[in-house]
Design a protein around this ligand. Structure first.
Ligand SMILES: Nc1ncnc2c1ncn2[C@@H]1O[C@H](COP(=O)(O)OP(=O)(O)OP(=O)(O)O)[C@@H](O)[C@H]1O
Ligand SMILES: [Mg+2]
Length: 266
């Protein structure tokens, strides 16, 4: 499959994307038109009031929903041009979701949950488990790999969901208020992991109501009534002076600070 002309190198791109519910006089435009480009290695936060279209935007970006007008590209591929099977494969291989309830399967252990997308994709059981274990190790959960979700805390479950979202070749993480129910320390730990993953070249789009979490991103997009009303550079994990920082925060990222201005979708 060839990449459409103009899709560029963006990992995620929305072109005049709209989502309208209902028809005729009952039609409600939940989103758009929105133009947006997110580059490899970028960490983007989305903020905005309730009902402004944040979850709708993520659903379009993750191919969970289709735009009623406009186009959505992931890794340069026009989602509207993909057959259902190709779309399912792209979702499995390229995109990781983290929702508020984490969506872990209760009958599988932590490591089995993380390995599942790889196994579904035909990776051998052993290789999948090995990679899943490495992912859990990165989020500090190596010792809990054999636990079932019910025996993990909320923060631990969330870290399992993040390990799963980035397992294998997946490089676009879409997170919808994943820190909603978590304490400050765990929430920050999760932000640090997202930041680290993006510094390794992965891409994250995070919906959040928490400005201190958005501060870990490269840029913050503001939605209102379904439209992008602002797109501003963020601190990119450089910590505000009053908070104790993660060891080495900001180290090695100086060269990418300008990344916040890439894309400039508005
Ligand atoms: N299935 C649907 N049918 C009709 N309208 C819908 C549907 N889903 C969402 N909407 C409307 O679309 C708009 C955007 O919803 P969306 O869920 O994207 O908001 P949000 O920014 O994620 O809000 P929140 O912060 O409360 O999660 C809202 O006005 C909502 O009522
Ligand atoms: Mg929402």
């Amino acid at each position: 499959m060839t990449d459409p002309v103009g899709a560029g190198d963006a990992r995620l791109r929305l072109e005049a994307a709209e989502r309208t519910y209902g028809a005729g006089e009952h039609a409600v435009r939940a989103l758009g038109p929105v133009d947006l480009e997110v580059a490899p290695g970028e960490f983007v936060a989305i903020m905005g009031p309730s009902g402004s279209g944040k979850s709708t935007l993520l659903a379009l970006a993750g191919a969970l929903d289709r735009p009623t007008a406009g186009r959505v590209f992931v890794r340069g591929r026009d989602l509207g041009q993909l057959a259902p099977r190709e779309l399912a494969a792209l979702r499995r291989r390229a995109i990781g979701f983290v929702f508020q309830d984490f969506n872990l399967l209760p009958g599988l252990t932590a490591v089995e949950n993380v390995a599942l997308p790889l196994e579904l994709d035909g990776v051998s059981l052993r290789a999948a488990r090995e990679e899943a274990r490495a992912g859990l190790e990165r989020v500090g959960l190596a010792a809990l790999a054999a636990r079932f979700p019910d025996d993990l805390s909320g923060g631990e479950r969330q870290r399992v969901a993040i390990a799963r979202a980035f397992v294998g070749p997946r490089d676009l993480l879409l997170a919808d208020e994943p820190t909603g129910a978590l304490d400050t320390v765990t929430g920050e730990l999760v932000m640090r992991e997202l930041r680290a993953q993006c510094d390794r070249g992965r891409t994250a789009v995070l919906v959040t109501h928490d400005a201190s979490h958005a501060a870990w991103a490269d840029r913050v997009l503001y939605l209102r009534d379904g439209l992008l009303v602002d797109d501003v550079p963020a601190a990119g994990g450089a910590l505000p002076p009053i908070l104790p920082g993660p060891a080495g925060a900001g180290a090695g990222r100086g060269g990418r600070r300008g990344g916040g201005r890439r894309g400039g979708g508005r």
